[in-house]
Design a protein around this ligand. Structure first.
Ligand code: ARG
Length: 270
């Protein structure tokens, strides 16, 4: 099955407010031409392995490029996000309309809980598992409703480092039952959950240097990984496990607290 992703061009991208530690000090400091080139390069790289759908960007919504936060898709069902920050809430109808027009079944989370889509909810189809991160953006209570909508085993992970405020900034599910993650971003209990589901040989732990360069924020399509950065150590580790690593630097998007993975929402379960 061909993988499909949803992306949104960065026409109105910028750091216009500050809602995560990466944005602090970067207000108005995005080089938009460079951002455009980096985004185009991602589109080109990803198009080699997947089909891409595009959403129209909207003025005054600089974070709309981060489509991973649009919601969570499983087959023909879509659970829309509910953003914690008022700055991002006006994105919600644009995302939802796109899914409505495409004929998806929309499953709203009825209670007013925060849920930031694939940024905090990652599906491992192989293991029929859904990993949900909480602590900064998504409410852990969202899992009760998601559980009713998607028959899948849910594991909650507590995020404790504000730099890694979304699960997809520090945790990346890989084929072959593997995971790449930054251990210090998680509470002790959550680390035990990760260790319970992934044996030592299936866990790729990354260090702080790779973590702050968003190495875990990788787009995974079969054995191909598209990411912002990998140290030589991480690169050889991933290659020795049979992964093909494609580096796509996205420095301008890092200023807003997002990397490659945040720029593409998966429309097909991986
Ligand atoms: N500036 C955005 C925010 O703070 C970045 C979102 C990054 N997206 C992600 N999936 N991690 O909401």
């Amino acid at each position: 099955m061909i993988s499909r992703f949803l992306m949104c061009p960065p026409d109105y991208f910028g750091v216009n407010y500050s809602i995560n530690p990466w944005m602090v000090g970067n207000l108005g400091r995005v080089d938009i031409e460079k951002a455009n080139k980096q985004w185009q390069k991602l589109l080109e790289s990803l198009s080699k392995y997947a089909e891409i759908e595009l959403l129209s960007p909207q003025p005054h919504l600089p974070d709309m490029v981060f489509t991973a936060n649009a919601g969570l898709v499983r087959e023909n069902a879509f659970i829309p996000r509910h953003f914690q920050h008022s700055e991002r809430r006006p994105e919600e109808p644009h995302f939802k309309n796109w899914f409505l027009e495409k004929g998806y079944q929309i499953n709203d989370l009825t209670s007013p809980v925060y849920f930031e889509g694939e940024g905090d909810a990652l599906i491992h189809s192989e293991n029929n598992q859904l990993w949900i991160g909480y602590g900064f953006r998504t409410d852990p209570q969202s899992s009760d409703r998601i559980q009713k909508l998607f028959p899948i085993r849910i594991v909650l992970l507590h995020l404790v480092d504000p730099r890694f405020y979304h699960l997809d900034t520090c945790f990346c599910l890989l084929p072959g039952g593997k995971v790449m993650y930054y251990p210090k971003a998680f509470s002790r209990d959550s680390l035990q959950s990760i260790e319970k589901y992934f044996s030592a040989q299936n866990r790729i732990e990354i260090d702080e240097e790779d973590a702050i360069h968003f190495s875990c924020n990788a787009i995974v399509v079969q054995n191909n990984l598209i990411l912002n950065h990998a140290s030589t150590g991480l690169m050889s580790k991933l290659q020795s496990l049979g992964f093909r690593v494609v580096l796509n630097p996205v420095s301008e998007f890092l200023k807003a607290g997002g990397g490659n993975k945040c720029l593409a929402l998966s429309l097909s379960s991986n």
